[in-house]
Design a protein around this ligand. Sequence first.
Ligand SMILES: [Zn+2]
Length: 142
Amino acid sequence: MRFSFIDFFIASLSIALGAALTQFLISPSGDVLSIVLRVFVGGILYLSFTPLIYKHFHLKPLLFPKCPVCFNNHRHYQWTDKNWPSIIVKCSNCNSSIQLIFEKIDNSRQHDKTPTFLLRWPQSVGCRWEILMNNEFDDRKS
Ligand SMILES: [Zn+2]
């Protein structure tokens, strides 16, 4: 999991805005339910607005997909190509190339011989990656 100062700042800002919004709408109280509600509203704000922020500023999501070749859980990649929104990375464990697509692109920019993942909502978290199959990757899996 990647978590930089910018990610921390955006998450903190979302929770603070959620807390402020909840306090504005509901009478202020310090009970546990009120605090949980504030964090919950902050989480909803985070999931609603941060995908747009991450897409606009080309920020990396918090989580990356598991390497489809070595299936190592470390999820550390070296960024070899930074041609947004389609980025080629190399697995730090097995050195395999993987293409990460952060938003829909035309098929001509998609590499034929590289396992490809498309980031799904919420783009700021990166918990949902759709694998786009290609012929060589299908051959390697079997
Ligand atoms: Zn790997």
